[in-house]
Design a protein around this ligand. Structure first.
Ligand code: NI
Ligand code: MN
Length: 230
C-alpha cells in the first residue's frame, strides 16, 4: 500500500490459494478465480467466478458453479449459449458485478476451450484481471509471459497484491516474474502456476529470496489451502 493511500477504515480481505492458479478472494463478496485444482475441493458457494482463459487448468470446474462467470467475450458467449450466467468483457474494459470491479488486462498467452467435445474451440485471447473489492486491489496475471505494459497496471490500478505465474514453459519463469514484480510494484507477490505438473517445477523459496534481496517487495509463498489477510 502506498503511504498516501493509508486509511484506518480500510477493510480487510482474505486471499486463499487453492493450488495452481486458483484463488478465492473474500471480502464483502466471495470471488473464485480459475477454479482448477489437482488436490482438495473447490468451494462452490461463491458470488462470482472469474476465468482468465479457456485452458483446462484454468476453466477447470467452471461449469459446476451457479454463480455468474466473468470472462473473455468468446468464452462468455459459449457459456450463455449453454444457458449459463456469464458476463463477457475484453482487454482494457472494466465491469462491476455485485459491487466487485473487474478490469481485464492483457496476457501473452493463448486460449482454447477443450471442454466442449473432441475439437474444442478458440476462446479469444487470454487475459488477466485487476479485481477491486472493498477498495482493495488484487492483480491476477493469468497465464502470461512478461510484458512491459505491466507498468501501466501499476500506474493505473496500484495493485496491492500481485498473483504471478512462475512455472516457466507455458508462462513466465522466475527470472521474468522477478521483473514483472518490479513493473507491477505491488507490496506483495504470491507465486502461482508452478509445481502442479513436472513440466512447471520451480523453487518458489529461491524466487522469494531473489525478489526480497533486490527489492522491497514481499513474496508470500503459500501452500495450497493457505489464506493470507490483507
Ligand atoms: Ni494456459
Ligand atoms: Mn495454465
Amino acid at each position: 500500500m502506498n503511504i498516501l493511500e493509508y486509511d484506518e477504515t480500510m477493510k480487510t480481505i482474505t486471499i486463499t490459494w487453492l493450488g495452481h492458479s486458483c484463488f478465492v478472494i473474500e471480502g464483502s463478496k466471495r470471488v473464485i478465480i480459475d477454479p482448477f485444482v489437482t488436490e482438495g475441493n473447490i468451494p462452490k458457494d461463491v458470488d462470482i467466478v472469474a476465468v482468465t482463459h479457456g485452458h483446462a487448468d484454468h476453466f477447470g470446474e467452471t461449469l459446476s458453479f451457479s454463480a455468474p462467470v466473468v470472462t473473455m467475450n468468446e468464452i462468455a458467449h459459449w457459456l450463455q449459449s449453454e444457458g449459463r450466467a456469464a458476463e463477457g468483457m475484453n482487454i482494457g474494459g472494466t465491469i462491476e458485478v455485485e459491487g466487485v470491479r473487474f478490469t481485464m488486462t492483457p496476457a501473452l498467452h493463448s486460449s482454447w476451450l477443450e471442454c466442449t467435445g473432441q475439437h474444442g474451440f478458440y476462446g479469444g485471447v487470454a487475459a488477466g484481471f485487476v479485481i477491486r473489492m472493498d477498495d482493495r486491489v488484487i492483480y491476477h496475471a493469468g497465464d502470461t509471459g512478461l510484458f512491459s505494459d505491466m507498468k501501466l497496471i501499476r500506474d493505473l490500478y496500484h495493485p496491492e497484491v500481485a498473483l504471478l505465474p512462475i512455472g516457466g514453459r507455458y508462462t513466465m519463469g522466475p527470472a521474468e516474474a522477478m521483473m514483472a514484480a518490479e513493473f507491477i510494484g505491488a507490496d506483495t507477490v504470491i507465486p502461482m502456476h508452478y509445481n502442479t505438473f513436472p513440466a512447471i517445477e520451480q523453487d518458489a523459496e529461491m524466487f522469494k529470496k531473489s525478489v526480497e534481496r533486490t527489492t522491497d517487495i514481499k513474496v508470500q509463498v503459500l501452500v495450497p489451502g493457505e489464506t493470507i489477510e490483507i
